[in-house]
Design a protein around this ligand. Sequence first.
Ligand SMILES: [Zn+2]
Length: 410
Amino acid sequence: MIVNAVYGIVIRRTVVVKLAVPNERRDDLCETTAQFQQAAQMVADRAFERDDDGYVITSKTKLHKLTYEQVREATNELNADLVCAARNYAADSVKGVTSAWQNGKYATHPRFTANTVVYNKNAVTYRDNHCTLAAINGRVKAEYILPPEGENPQTEYLRDNEWELRESTLHYRNGDYYLHVGVAKDDEPQEAEGGTVLGVDLGVKTIATTSTGRMWSAGYLNHRRREYETIRGSLQQTGTESAHRTIDGIGERESRWAEDYLHRISKALVQEAVTHDCSTIAFEDLTDIRDRMPAAKAFHVWAFRRLYEYVEYKAAEFGIGTKQVDPAYTSQRCSKCGHTERGNRPKQERFYCRKCGYEVHADYNAAKNIGIKHVHAGQKSPRGRANRQLALKSGTLNVSDEFTSAEVSA
Ligand SMILES: [Zn+2]
């Protein structure tokens, strides 16, 4: 399969906004929440009745066909967009369960009891000072409760046209409604147009690999992790609620040694960026990293996020920025000639380009692609002339892929 990779960076944030819901509409929102949860439960229940081959159903399309009529009938006042959002919400939780099973973890049939409603873009309308939410008995208009302008970051996200307002979730907590608004924008970098980028690839075996060819093994982390898992295994057999809760989470004692280890790696990573005079360290977007890495456990996802946070914090002390770039095709693309094909990666650890024959460690190839994406993103800058370059083992690579040789550092 040959694909065209599109380069670009999308920044995503969630903005929490307190809402003023008119008293006479609170019951309607409450009933909407109940019916939304009921709809999600019906979909999940159907998913666990399994298909003809005995598999739990995770496909949204299949679940739609199997449940839509029934759910609409049972929740007859619920807006059709909310019925769809409930189905997607349920399908995602079911998928979470089946992927936990695939990783040999404990997980059960989801129960929907939260005071939460997912609002896709059809079910919510955003305005400068308020939003309207699909609800039983018609849309509810709710004013935003915001701190004074200039003192709150929410306003920037909600009113700045640069940010696109996407799906939201409505939460009810202690008598108040909060809207968690998903916002996104294409990155038009305002920082130094030029500068050198250090690309970093994250992995389950090699926790971090840089475009300059440095690698940090995850061996120690994985080893300690397995030891803890054995302890947990015996905990799990006791079958108590609290034991279950620790299984996917990270225990406190466990997190301390891992944090210490990740701190050290983050220091070395930042040092690598300093050595190569980099102005930016680029990582892949961590949002859906677990879906892209079948071997990753919840622990790895936790470790990647922590590592990123530490790097972000430490890099800032040196005036170095950190970015997350769209991860699409970074593992299938040849960092030498740009040829993108799934077959370029015959084995987990090896990259072999079917077009130019470039053969290299797969993580190193990915790290270069991640850096290259950030270099290319500079092209879109309004000030034109992209003069970003990628830090490499033996020099730098600029946006027109012209190689500039430089001093080789150890
Ligand atoms: Zn190639």
